[in-house]
Ligand binder design. Sequence first.
Ligand code: HPA
Length: 273
Amino acid sequence: MISYETIEATAAFIKEKTKGFEPETGIILGTGLGGLVHEIQAEHVLPYDTIPNFPVSTVEGHSGKLIFGILSGKKVVAMQGRFHFYEGYDMQQVVFPVRVMKFIGIKRLFVSNASGGVNPNFEIGDLMIIDDHINLFPSNPLIGPNDKRFGPRFPDMSEAYDKSMIALCKQIAGELGISTQQGIYAGLSGPTFETPAEYKFIRVLGADTVGMSTVPEVIAARHMNIPVFGISVITDLGVPGKIIEVTHEEVQKVALVAEKKMTGLMKEMIARL
Ligand code: HPA
Protein backbone atom coordinates (compact mmCIF):
# COMPACT_ATOMS: atom_id res chain seq x y z
CA MET A 1 0.00 0.00 0.00
CA ILE A 2 1.46 3.37 -0.99
CA SER A 3 0.43 5.74 1.79
CA TYR A 4 -1.29 9.10 1.59
CA GLU A 5 1.79 10.62 3.23
CA THR A 6 4.08 9.16 0.54
CA ILE A 7 1.96 10.71 -2.20
CA GLU A 8 1.86 13.97 -0.29
CA ALA A 9 5.66 14.03 0.09
CA THR A 10 6.16 13.31 -3.60
CA ALA A 11 3.73 16.07 -4.57
CA ALA A 12 5.47 18.50 -2.20
CA PHE A 13 8.82 17.74 -3.86
CA ILE A 14 7.32 18.33 -7.31
CA LYS A 15 5.62 21.57 -6.26
CA GLU A 16 8.93 22.88 -5.03
CA LYS A 17 10.77 21.85 -8.19
CA THR A 18 8.10 23.39 -10.42
CA LYS A 19 7.79 26.55 -8.33
CA GLY A 20 4.15 25.93 -7.60
CA PHE A 21 3.13 25.42 -11.26
CA GLU A 22 -0.45 24.19 -10.95
CA PRO A 23 -1.60 22.15 -13.95
CA GLU A 24 -5.34 21.98 -14.67
CA THR A 25 -5.21 18.92 -16.91
CA GLY A 26 -3.19 15.71 -16.51
CA ILE A 27 -2.38 13.79 -19.69
CA ILE A 28 -1.37 10.13 -20.09
CA LEU A 29 -0.63 9.07 -23.66
CA GLY A 30 -0.71 5.59 -25.12
CA THR A 31 1.69 3.59 -27.29
CA GLY A 32 2.65 5.55 -30.38
CA LEU A 33 0.51 8.48 -29.27
CA GLY A 34 3.13 10.52 -27.44
CA GLY A 35 3.38 13.33 -30.00
CA LEU A 36 1.08 15.64 -28.06
CA VAL A 37 3.89 15.99 -25.55
CA HIS A 38 6.02 17.80 -28.14
CA GLU A 39 3.33 20.45 -28.56
CA ILE A 40 3.60 21.44 -24.91
CA GLN A 41 5.69 24.56 -24.26
CA ALA A 42 7.57 22.92 -21.45
CA GLU A 43 8.32 24.95 -18.35
CA HIS A 44 9.58 22.15 -16.10
CA VAL A 45 10.67 18.62 -17.00
CA LEU A 46 11.17 16.09 -14.20
CA PRO A 47 12.61 12.65 -15.10
CA TYR A 48 10.84 9.97 -13.05
CA ASP A 49 14.10 8.75 -11.59
CA THR A 50 14.70 12.16 -9.96
CA ILE A 51 11.32 12.17 -8.19
CA PRO A 52 11.24 10.55 -4.73
CA ASN A 53 9.05 7.42 -4.51
CA PHE A 54 8.25 7.41 -8.24
CA PRO A 55 8.28 3.91 -9.77
CA VAL A 56 11.57 3.38 -11.57
CA SER A 57 11.52 2.20 -15.14
CA THR A 58 13.07 -1.23 -15.52
CA VAL A 59 13.85 -0.83 -19.21
CA GLU A 60 17.24 0.77 -19.72
CA GLY A 61 17.21 4.15 -21.39
CA HIS A 62 13.49 4.43 -20.94
CA SER A 63 13.17 6.60 -17.88
CA GLY A 64 10.00 8.58 -18.40
CA LYS A 65 9.41 12.20 -17.54
CA LEU A 66 6.75 14.46 -16.17
CA ILE A 67 6.39 17.48 -18.43
CA PHE A 68 4.84 20.65 -17.05
CA GLY A 69 3.93 23.39 -19.46
CA ILE A 70 1.42 25.23 -21.59
CA LEU A 71 -0.79 23.53 -24.17
CA SER A 72 -3.51 25.47 -26.01
CA GLY A 73 -2.91 28.33 -23.58
CA LYS A 74 -3.62 26.12 -20.54
CA LYS A 75 -1.43 24.64 -17.84
CA VAL A 76 -0.97 20.89 -18.23
CA VAL A 77 1.16 18.06 -16.92
CA ALA A 78 1.87 15.11 -19.20
CA MET A 79 3.45 11.77 -18.46
CA GLN A 80 6.02 10.86 -21.09
CA GLY A 81 5.95 7.12 -20.48
CA ARG A 82 3.34 5.27 -18.46
CA PHE A 83 3.62 2.23 -16.20
CA HIS A 84 1.96 -0.95 -17.45
CA PHE A 85 0.86 -3.83 -15.24
CA TYR A 86 2.46 -6.31 -17.69
CA GLU A 87 5.87 -4.76 -17.03
CA GLY A 88 5.68 -6.14 -13.50
CA TYR A 89 4.62 -2.99 -11.66
CA ASP A 90 1.92 -3.64 -9.10
CA MET A 91 -1.39 -1.81 -9.37
CA GLN A 92 -0.36 0.73 -6.73
CA GLN A 93 2.69 1.65 -8.80
CA VAL A 94 0.70 1.82 -12.04
CA VAL A 95 -1.66 4.43 -10.56
CA PHE A 96 0.91 6.27 -8.40
CA PRO A 97 1.38 9.12 -10.93
CA VAL A 98 -2.39 9.69 -11.12
CA ARG A 99 -2.54 10.12 -7.36
CA VAL A 100 0.42 12.49 -7.45
CA MET A 101 -1.17 14.53 -10.26
CA LYS A 102 -4.29 14.93 -8.15
CA PHE A 103 -2.18 16.28 -5.30
CA ILE A 104 -0.51 18.82 -7.55
CA GLY A 105 -3.90 20.13 -8.54
CA ILE A 106 -5.23 18.57 -11.76
CA LYS A 107 -8.95 19.11 -12.32
CA ARG A 108 -9.33 16.50 -15.05
CA LEU A 109 -7.43 13.60 -16.61
CA PHE A 110 -6.98 12.84 -20.33
CA VAL A 111 -5.94 9.30 -21.24
CA SER A 112 -5.27 7.60 -24.54
CA ASN A 113 -4.30 4.13 -25.65
CA ALA A 114 -3.75 1.86 -28.62
CA SER A 115 -6.22 -1.01 -28.79
CA GLY A 116 -7.56 -3.89 -30.79
CA GLY A 117 -11.03 -3.33 -32.25
CA VAL A 118 -13.52 -6.11 -31.60
CA ASN A 119 -16.56 -4.22 -32.89
CA PRO A 120 -17.07 -5.43 -36.50
CA ASN A 121 -17.92 -1.88 -37.62
CA PHE A 122 -14.52 -0.56 -36.65
CA GLU A 123 -11.58 -0.05 -39.03
CA ILE A 124 -7.87 0.14 -38.37
CA GLY A 125 -6.92 3.75 -37.64
CA ASP A 126 -10.33 4.68 -36.17
CA LEU A 127 -10.52 6.80 -33.05
CA MET A 128 -12.94 5.66 -30.37
CA ILE A 129 -14.12 7.99 -27.65
CA ILE A 130 -14.23 5.75 -24.56
CA ASP A 131 -17.62 5.98 -22.89
CA ASP A 132 -17.20 3.07 -20.49
CA HIS A 133 -14.80 0.28 -19.63
CA ILE A 134 -14.69 -3.30 -18.41
CA ASN A 135 -11.98 -4.22 -15.93
CA LEU A 136 -10.56 -7.59 -17.00
CA PHE A 137 -7.26 -7.10 -15.18
CA PRO A 138 -6.66 -9.77 -12.55
CA SER A 139 -6.68 -7.02 -9.93
CA ASN A 140 -7.86 -3.54 -9.02
CA PRO A 141 -5.71 -0.65 -7.77
CA LEU A 142 -8.06 -0.07 -4.84
CA ILE A 143 -7.61 -3.53 -3.33
CA GLY A 144 -6.20 -3.19 0.18
CA PRO A 145 -6.94 -0.86 3.07
CA ASN A 146 -8.80 2.25 1.92
CA ASP A 147 -7.59 5.67 3.01
CA LYS A 148 -10.73 7.80 3.02
CA ARG A 149 -8.67 10.91 2.32
CA PHE A 150 -8.26 9.59 -1.26
CA GLY A 151 -11.87 8.58 -1.70
CA PRO A 152 -14.58 6.14 -0.60
CA ARG A 153 -14.15 2.42 0.06
CA PHE A 154 -16.68 1.59 -2.66
CA PRO A 155 -16.36 4.25 -5.36
CA ASP A 156 -19.21 4.86 -7.76
CA MET A 157 -18.33 4.01 -11.38
CA SER A 158 -21.65 4.96 -13.03
CA GLU A 159 -19.96 7.73 -15.02
CA ALA A 160 -16.34 6.68 -15.26
CA TYR A 161 -15.90 8.78 -18.40
CA ASP A 162 -17.21 12.33 -18.10
CA LYS A 163 -20.31 12.87 -20.27
CA SER A 164 -19.75 16.58 -20.77
CA MET A 165 -16.20 16.03 -22.08
CA ILE A 166 -17.50 13.29 -24.42
CA ALA A 167 -20.09 15.78 -25.75
CA LEU A 168 -17.43 18.46 -26.19
CA CYS A 169 -15.17 16.04 -28.08
CA LYS A 170 -17.99 15.05 -30.43
CA GLN A 171 -18.83 18.68 -31.10
CA ILE A 172 -15.20 19.52 -31.89
CA ALA A 173 -14.79 16.38 -34.02
CA GLY A 174 -17.80 17.56 -36.07
CA GLU A 175 -16.34 21.03 -36.49
CA LEU A 176 -12.92 19.71 -37.52
CA GLY A 177 -14.36 17.00 -39.80
CA ILE A 178 -12.75 14.18 -37.80
CA SER A 179 -14.82 11.01 -37.66
CA THR A 180 -14.97 9.19 -34.33
CA GLN A 181 -16.44 6.03 -32.92
CA GLN A 182 -17.70 5.72 -29.37
CA GLY A 183 -17.73 2.66 -27.16
CA ILE A 184 -16.45 0.42 -24.43
CA TYR A 185 -12.80 -0.39 -23.72
CA ALA A 186 -11.92 -3.70 -22.08
CA GLY A 187 -8.62 -3.55 -20.21
CA LEU A 188 -6.63 -6.69 -19.45
CA SER A 189 -3.12 -7.52 -18.36
CA GLY A 190 -1.40 -8.66 -21.53
CA PRO A 191 1.39 -8.89 -22.59
CA THR A 192 0.11 -11.49 -25.03
CA PHE A 193 -2.23 -10.16 -27.68
CA GLU A 194 -5.49 -12.09 -27.76
CA THR A 195 -6.24 -15.41 -29.37
CA PRO A 196 -9.19 -15.34 -31.80
CA ALA A 197 -11.27 -17.07 -29.09
CA GLU A 198 -10.32 -14.37 -26.58
CA TYR A 199 -11.25 -11.55 -28.99
CA LYS A 200 -14.62 -13.25 -29.45
CA PHE A 201 -15.03 -13.61 -25.69
CA ILE A 202 -14.26 -9.90 -25.21
CA ARG A 203 -16.80 -8.94 -27.88
CA VAL A 204 -19.45 -11.17 -26.30
CA LEU A 205 -18.84 -9.42 -22.97
CA GLY A 206 -19.91 -6.16 -24.58
CA ALA A 207 -16.64 -4.39 -25.37
CA ASP A 208 -15.71 -2.57 -28.57
CA THR A 209 -11.95 -2.42 -28.07
CA VAL A 210 -9.36 -4.22 -25.96
CA GLY A 211 -6.01 -3.09 -24.61
CA MET A 212 -3.50 -3.39 -21.79
CA SER A 213 -3.75 -0.06 -19.98
CA THR A 214 -6.04 2.80 -18.93
CA VAL A 215 -8.48 0.96 -16.66
CA PRO A 216 -6.27 1.10 -13.53
CA GLU A 217 -5.52 4.80 -13.98
CA VAL A 218 -9.17 5.62 -14.57
CA ILE A 219 -10.22 3.69 -11.45
CA ALA A 220 -7.71 5.64 -9.33
CA ALA A 221 -8.81 8.94 -10.88
CA ARG A 222 -12.49 8.23 -10.19
CA HIS A 223 -11.65 7.14 -6.64
CA MET A 224 -10.35 10.70 -6.16
CA ASN A 225 -13.27 12.19 -8.08
CA ILE A 226 -11.20 13.39 -11.04
CA PRO A 227 -13.29 13.63 -14.24
CA VAL A 228 -11.77 11.53 -17.03
CA PHE A 229 -11.72 11.79 -20.80
CA GLY A 230 -10.38 8.84 -22.84
CA ILE A 231 -9.62 8.05 -26.47
CA SER A 232 -8.64 4.70 -27.93
CA VAL A 233 -6.92 4.33 -31.30
CA ILE A 234 -7.77 1.11 -33.07
CA THR A 235 -4.47 -0.33 -34.32
CA ASP A 236 -5.61 -3.85 -35.25
CA LEU A 237 -8.81 -5.86 -35.48
CA GLY A 238 -9.93 -8.77 -33.35
CA VAL A 239 -12.88 -9.43 -35.62
CA PRO A 240 -13.51 -12.90 -37.09
CA GLY A 241 -12.22 -12.99 -40.68
CA LYS A 242 -10.06 -9.89 -40.16
CA ILE A 243 -7.61 -11.22 -37.61
CA ILE A 244 -4.01 -11.14 -38.77
CA GLU A 245 -0.73 -11.37 -36.92
CA VAL A 246 -0.26 -8.36 -34.58
CA THR A 247 3.11 -6.93 -33.65
CA HIS A 248 4.07 -4.09 -31.34
CA GLU A 249 5.76 -2.40 -34.33
CA GLU A 250 2.53 -2.48 -36.34
CA VAL A 251 0.59 -1.09 -33.38
CA GLN A 252 3.08 1.79 -33.12
CA LYS A 253 2.97 2.45 -36.88
CA VAL A 254 -0.82 2.68 -37.02
CA ALA A 255 -0.98 4.74 -33.83
CA LEU A 256 1.44 7.25 -35.31
CA VAL A 257 -0.83 7.78 -38.32
CA ALA A 258 -3.99 8.20 -36.24
CA GLU A 259 -2.18 10.34 -33.72
CA LYS A 260 -2.61 13.63 -35.59
CA LYS A 261 -6.41 13.38 -35.39
CA MET A 262 -6.28 12.51 -31.70
CA THR A 263 -3.82 15.28 -30.90
CA GLY A 264 -5.97 17.81 -32.77
CA LEU A 265 -9.06 16.83 -30.79
CA MET A 266 -7.32 16.89 -27.43
CA LYS A 267 -5.67 20.25 -28.08
CA GLU A 268 -8.95 21.88 -29.02
CA MET A 269 -10.72 20.34 -26.04
CA ILE A 270 -8.09 21.69 -23.69
CA ALA A 271 -8.39 25.13 -25.27
CA ARG A 272 -12.13 25.17 -24.54
CA LEU A 273 -12.16 23.63 -21.08
N1 HPA B 1 -5.03 -6.38 -27.86
C1 HPA B 1 -4.54 -5.90 -26.70
N2 HPA B 1 -3.87 -4.77 -26.65
C2 HPA B 1 -3.67 -4.09 -27.78
C3 HPA B 1 -4.14 -4.54 -28.99
C4 HPA B 1 -4.85 -5.77 -29.03
O1 HPA B 1 -5.30 -6.25 -30.08
N3 HPA B 1 -3.78 -3.64 -29.92
C5 HPA B 1 -3.10 -2.66 -29.28
N4 HPA B 1 -3.03 -2.92 -27.98
